[in-house]
Design a binder for this molecule. Structure first.
Ligand SMILES: Cc1cc2nc3c(=O)[nH]c(=O)nc-3n(C[C@H](O)[C@H](O)[C@H](O)COP(=O)(O)OP(=O)(O)OC[C@H]3O[C@@H](n4cnc5c(N)ncnc54)[C@H](O)[C@@H]3O)c2cc1C
Length: 458
């Protein structure tokens, strides 16, 4: 279907920001998943007024709209719907910090790391730190309720949102939280994690905290994944919460080393824990962590006190997802989380799947949160492998739920998880969510086929 955008173009403040020719749209076909699709046009918005105009136009003409940040998503949320107008908010980068109030007012296109760096200039911090923080936008972080490495200790995106402004499908601006003096219903809470299905976020007010110092980084290796997983469970169950507690299996370490051309992480070990202690009691934490590592028969334990060298280790960790994508014809990544006491059982289940299936499977994640990312890698990317991958995913998600966990720790539902939603949520809950979707978006134009699969509707 060819859609005529002339009328929209004529009404935009920045007509050049509307890309209707295919060549200019190439970077907007996909996110970091295997899904891809060609939109009918792309608006790289330069103002919220242009977003309002565009959404109104789309609603009148029944054109689907796909909101987009930086496209680092891992669940297909910003992959264009059929014939969609992609509205990218990545150019809305205003950033105003009020240090005395410990608040930042941000455009949705502000990169997560930019906010962190700017806040640090006032000795303040914005803690949520998805491993993609050098690229992901705050709009995408809010829409996915992004987590990250430091989130066990400091909380996820939701914990820092004070207010949102968003363009609704009737082309007007909705103000929530701080933007409305906190009066009325907490509509902003519904927008967080709504994955671009309810409104387009155009302003974000976030809470900042005083900057906390980083402790030391511990790199601990184990001969068995189960031993590393048990150590995670022991540490967190004891009430000790380090700044960061990451689990990496040996194969994930190997691909990350290769990608970074590094030998920093010992890939000969079957599993690794990468831990950053909290500065205020780093000696006490280090002693306790060592005790739990000894109990579970660790192989080696190195303490990195040099912040620059520690940062190199964290960089290797942050790039595991990209490393996995680079080393395979197709990478399907899962993102599950379980109660911490069940983390060893989850890791054991992944090991069992690895033995059972011919595909390469490796795993890593924000273990302190009970979160595990599982990469299923196919060299050929052929449909037979993808069918096998589907089988593995189905088993993995069911196991996560059986262990009292969730099918998505932090990457959202998007296209990737929508058919599994009914495993986690009962029909009344799904119906309630769908009703809210209909209130915000009666014509179902915003990210229409994301999150809610038709079969869940009744
Ligand atoms: C290497 C790597 C590491 C990662 N690590 C983490 C991690 O540690 N923790 C984590 O939680 N995630 C992680 N992710 C996933 C991803 O980075 C996050 O989900 C991030 O929040 C997406 O931001 P984005 O700007 O790229 O959004 P996009 O991918 O562009 O979009 C994501 C979703 O948000 C919606 N959206 C975007 N902007 C808006 C807006 N203004 N209004 C309404 N909806 C909007 C889109 O429609 C889509 O549904 C990682 C990804 C990669 C590639």
């Amino acid at each position: 279907m060819s859609i005529k955008y002339d009328a929209l173009k004529n009404n935009l403040q920045a007509p050049h920001s509307l890309i209707t020719d295919l060549d200019g749209q190439e970077g907007f076909f996909h996110d970091e998943t295997i899904y891809r699709s060609i939109p009918s046009a792309v608006l790289v918005a330069e103002s919220k007024e242009d977003i309002m105009t565009a959404v109104k136009f789309c609603r009148e003409n029944k054109i689907p709209v796909t909101p987009r940040g930086a496209g680092t998503g891992l669940s297909g949320g910003c992959v264009p719907s059929e014939n969609a107008l992609v509205i990218a908010t990545s150019n809305l980068k205003t950033l105003e910090i009020h240090p005395e109030r410990k608040i930042a007012f941000c455009g949705p296109g502000v990169i997560t790391k930019t906010l962190q760096d700017e806040a640090a200039r006032y000795s303040l911090a914005y803690p949520p730190d998805p491993a993609s923080f050098e690229e992901s936008t705050l709009g995408g972080n809010v829409a996915e309720n992004a987590g990250g490495l430091r989130c066990k200790r400091f909380g996820v995106t939701r914990d820092y949102i004070l207010g949102l402004e968003a363009v609704t499908t009737d082309g007007t601006i909705l103000k929530t939280g701080l933007y409305n003096d906190y009066r009325g219903l907490a509509l902003g809470d519904i927008l967080i994690a709504s994955e671009g299905t309810l409104a387009i976020i155009t302003e974000i007010a976030v809470r900042l905290i005083f900057k906390t110092d980083r402790g030391v980084t511990l790199l601990v290796t184990f001969a068995k994944p189960a031993a590393a997983a048990q150590t995670v469970s022991d540490i967190i169950s004891s009430g000790l919460i380090p700044n960061v507690l990451e689990y990496i299996d040996g194969d994930a370490a190997a691909i990350a080393n290769a990608y970074e051309k590094s030998t920093l992480i010992d890939e000969k070990a079957a599993a690794i824990l990468l831990i950053e202690t909290a500065d205020k009691d780093q000696d006490k934490q280090t002693t306790l962590i060592r005790k739990f590592c000894e109990k579970n028969r660790f192989l080696t334990l190195n303490i990195e006190t040099d912040p620059d060298k520690a940062e190199q280790l964290w960089q290797v960790r942050r790039n595991i997802s990209r490393a996995a994508k680079a080393c395979a014809g197709a990478k399907i990544s899962e993102d599950i989380a379980v109660p911490i006491s069940k983390f060893p059982l989850l890791v054991a289940f992944v090991a069992q799947l690895n033995r059972q299936y011919p595909l390469r499977i490796n795993s890593y994640g924000h273990a302190g949160d009970g979160n595990l990312h599982v990469n299923i890698l196919s060299q050929s990317g052929k449909p037979t492998d993808l069918t096998l991958a589907d089988e593995i995913i189905e088993k993995l998600l069911r196991q996560a739920l059986q262990l009292g966990g969730t099918i998505t720790g932090e990457h959202g539902i998007g296209l990737a998880k929508r058919r599994y939603l009914k495993y986690e949520f009962d029909q009344p809950t799904l119906k309630a969510m769908r009703k809210i979707k209909a209130v915000f978006d009666p014509d179902n134009i915003l990210n229409p086929e994301k999150i809610f699969p038709d079969e869940n509707l009744s």
